[in-house]
Design a protein around this ligand. Structure first.
Ligand SMILES: Nc1ncnc2c1ncn2[C@@H]1O[C@H](COP(=O)(O)OP(=O)(O)OP(=O)(O)O)[C@@H](O)[C@H]1O
Ligand SMILES: [Mg+2]
Length: 237
């Protein structure tokens, strides 16, 4: 079963075509990294999966269901590109609310909130208001929130933006942990080393199209780094 499927998806915003006949699948339990220059269409692809916007042509399916079907969102975690969280809530309160939405309650809710706080290294900030956190700490809250309810599918849009170098490394472990639990992952990132370490497969996007996809050995030629391959593929497309 595929965790998700894009078939011939075109998305236009007025005159602008953000995605052009994009097709790819994410088999359950696997991870795919979307990389590509600014404006390539990565965030648009993720937003289509969440039903925030609909395809102009083609279809998007989440475990066989349309993103417009509320059932399709059960077990899905999303860490958006620009994370905006309610500033007046404390970190713990936000996670409690989010966990409740993810179907948790009682002792299980409290346990998962504590686990997420510890995992993401923000246990000592649980009583702080979100509005008083630094950018990277807020991103850690986003990660903590994404882990609640043990999702089966995660969408991460530039997940390490704003994290310090230790946080970047830790984020790989957090994503690895989710993968060990069988979670499928679709992420976009400009940090190619991160994509290389976290993802089984990579799709390079440029101007709304997938211009290369496969595992690392299919994309990177002998003697090249992923960055070299990225530049070659994007310039050649
Ligand atoms: N709501 C919108 N209205 C109009 N144009 C949009 C909208 N959303 C995206 N676009 C356009 O679609 C194209 C793809 O944008 P998208 O945000 O998907 O790129 P991206 O690959 O995520 O880029 P980045 O690396 O900068 O995050 C861009 O040209 C963008 O301006
Ligand atoms: Mg983006």
């Amino acid at each position: 079963m595929n965790a998700l499927e894009f078939s011939g998806v075109t998305k236009r915003f007025g005159e602008r075509t953000a995605l052009r006949r994009v097709s790819f699948t994410l088999p359950e339990g696997s991870s795919l990294g979307l990389i590509g220059p600014n404006g390539a269409g990565k965030t648009t692809a993720l937003r289509l999966l969440l039903g925030f916007t609909t395809p102009t042509e083609g279809s998007v399916l989440l475990a066989g269901k349309s993103p417009s079907d509320p059932d399709s969102r059960v077990g899905i975690a999303y860490l958006p590109e620009s994370l905006k969280l309610p500033e007046r809530l404390t970190v713990r309160r936000l996670l409690q609310l989010h966990g409740t939405l993810a179907g948790l309650s009682g002792a299980e809710l409290e346990r998962e909130v504590d686990e997420s706080l510890e995992l993401t290294g923000i246990g000592d900030r649980a009583r702080d208001r979100i509005g008083g956190l630094s950018k990277g700490l807020t991103q850690r809250v986003g990660f903590a929130q994404a882990f609640l309810g043990k999702p089966r599918l995660m969408f991460l849009d530039e997940p390490t933006s704003g994290l310090d170098p230790i946080g970047v490394r830790e984020a790989r472990d957090w994503i690895g942990l989710a993968r060990d639990r069988g979670c499928s992952v679709l992420m976009s990132s400009h940090i190619l080393s991160e994509v290389e370490r976290v993802c089984d497969r990579i799709a390079i996007m440029n101007r709304g199209e997938i211009v290369a996809s496969g595992d690392l050995s299919e994309i990177v030629q002998p003697g090249e780094t992923l960055e070299d391959a990225f530049v070659r593929v994007v310039r050649g497309s």
